[in-house]
Design a protein around this ligand. Sequence first.
Ligand code: FE2
Length: 326
Amino acid sequence: MFLIDFEEKDRFQSLEWIKKNKIEIDNKLTLHGAILLKNINVSSSTMFEEIVRIFAKKLYNKNGEHEAFNRSGTVQTPVSYPKDMNLEPHCENTFHFSFPSKIYFSCQIAALEGGATTVYDTRKYFQLLPNKIKERFMEKKVMYVRCYIDGFGLSYGKTLGVSTKKEAENYCHLNALSYEWLGNILKTRAIRPAAISHPESGEICFISQINHWHQSRLEPEVRKSLRENYDVELMPRDLLYGDGSIIEDSIIQEMSEIYKQIEVSNKWQKGDFMLIDNILSAHGRQKYTGEREILVSLSDPINFKSSLCLPNKPFEPVNSVGKITI
Ligand SMILES: [Fe+2]
């Protein structure tokens, strides 16, 4: 993660500096995968969006996985997740056919304890993965299974942005999802690559949400309760190899330890801003206490058809820590 420290410059000076240095910041983003803007004092969702728009070519104004924060939907809230649980590393929405290539965060209320956003270099991660795991996922890909059950999590209508079963089916056709109806429950299966080549640099990036979705990463009592309350066919979420076979807990444990080795964490201060290349970096969130408010924006959608799914350039390690003070 690259750090830019604004040392309490006023709002006008900060925004002007970012506009003037946009190309340089974009280059730093491609090198480091994430950039933290400290002491920039983002004081509102309006100022947040002003900064986001300097970098975003196409800003999302809705996303079924997040609640809108502002009226236009360009600023959203983080995904709803219990604050007493760590949110595992993931690249945003990469279980969908189309996903954002850039994401933006700003802290408006810092947690009392914990709540750091953690960042992981997906190129470094791919390099460190043992060949046996890497090859298995490259060959089989990953299957994200989802059951939209009334009263548990988001509805299929809200997530897919549809209002009828027919529209949901059309959505599935257009977004490379296989589906079945179990009464009124929509069950979808998405087979997605675990790693792709970055569309600009060509470097291989491990972009899956494997650790975020696999049940072995849940607290033991949560996993137990899911198993007791849901038939295996009706699990709200499940993760398998792309051929439908079970991913062993031991593999996930090994993968989790590698994430730990490369974790960089940012203890938020009110007003901080973070820019993340959603292909070069995965992110997570530490558990926390107290109140915490983070603004989120997503931009520049890419899909698995337009992205390259095979390596075309050897990985070259970069120094992923750097800092400048403005
Ligand atoms: Fe996320």
